[in-house]
Ligand binder design. Sequence first.
Ligand SMILES: Cc1cc2nc3c(=O)[nH]c(=O)nc-3n(C[C@H](O)[C@H](O)[C@H](O)COP(=O)(O)OP(=O)(O)OC[C@H]3O[C@@H](n4cnc5c(N)ncnc54)[C@H](O)[C@@H]3O)c2cc1C
Length: 399
Amino acid sequence: MSRPKIVILGAGYGGIMTATRLTKELGMNEAEITLVNKHNYHYQTTWLHEPAAGTLHHDRTRMPIKDVIDTNRINFVQDTVVSIDDNTKTVKLENGELAYDYLVIGLGFESETFGIPGVKDYAFNIRSVNTVRKIREHIEYLFASYNNEPNPSDSMLTIVVAGAGFTGIEFIGEMADRIPELCAEFDVPRERVRLICAEAAPTVLPGFDEELVEYAVNLLESKGVEFMLGTPIKEVTADGVVLEEEEIKADTIVWTTGIRGNSIVENSGFETMRGRIKVEGDLRAPGKDHVFIVGDCALIINEEINRPYPPTAQIAIQQAFTVARNLKALINGTKTETFVPEIKGTVASLGKGEAIGKVGNKKLYGATAAAMKKIIDNRYLFLLGGIPLVVKKGKLKLF
Ligand SMILES: Cc1cc2nc3c(=O)[nH]c(=O)nc-3n(C[C@H](O)[C@H](O)[C@H](O)COP(=O)(O)OP(=O)(O)OC[C@H]3O[C@@H](n4cnc5c(N)ncnc54)[C@H](O)[C@@H]3O)c2cc1C
């Protein structure tokens, strides 16, 4: 009998960890495992705010997929997924087609624009190695150009970050550290530079502990960040952002107001909410007994507050363990298990050596929180590739 074909789409946290765990759960001849990804590398999405600001080289965030997976067990296909046809159980790729018996969708997220005009045309987003390289180079180019213009405009040195959620605040923290370096490098007076965070909600980091939020705001303001809270952006234009009562001229707008699931899922006919599939308890798509969803493409509800869990790497990694065990259960004809997220804590970085977080009931600030963030990052690398990967790609200096 031929081995069942398991196809995993996307080698982000959810996808690559599912593939790795499957090699532990299944014997050599139990299934044929194929992992598909657009690039030949896996990147740590949770670090992307750093290369976006230019405080870390983007190569530190990525690693060749073939160095991480067991290529004797997993067939890696570098290609771009175009669509999924679950009626014929095939995935259309840019350069071919793949048939599956079981499918795991881990294609990650897209930036949520809420239909605001101009966002797609004029704003940058923090989504991949390629999108963040563009942000860093764009900002450096503007700083380098400033003293070459006969009449340089203030907008060249004005950066607007839309959204004060996790990604926005982490990027602002890095940018606040990077600006003095850029000013020194390109002979630009610091007082000419503006770093503005415009947020529609009345607070930054909604849902975070108030004391920790206050610490973050005070710290970032002390580094020159301007917060405009309760300030929805109505439109993004080639010149900047349009607010309710004013317009801010800015040559750099970074959009971080939230995410939706990869549009391929919705466009392939799956029922979604903001592009994400509301999965069954065992992480299968409703009505599809052979399709699992991991990571940001999956929507799971926190019953205690009747709201979706925020999309995080923490949950994507945990889901991967469950999906691997559930695929084994299906192949062996046994019962699948229900996924129960175990939220160990949340830590948001605020630039070099600074962070805030909550682990269990304990609040963490400053250097301790920053060290905890690095421990979390290193733990993921350990789960993926053991100590060698931690040594190669980890953040080893905790303080
Ligand atoms: C700046 C930032 C900081 C964050 N910090 C944290 C944090 O501290 N803690 C936390 O838990 N979470 C954090 N998150 C959220 C976390 O990164 C995401 O929840 C997580 O990446 C989701 O994992 P995933 O596997 O669903 O998708 P991803 O990790 O985004 O991976 C998706 C993969 O699919 C591939 N892909 C996409 N489209 C295609 C296609 N058409 N064909 C082939 N391949 C494709 C991509 O190249 C990528 O490899 C952060 C996010 C950002 C942006």
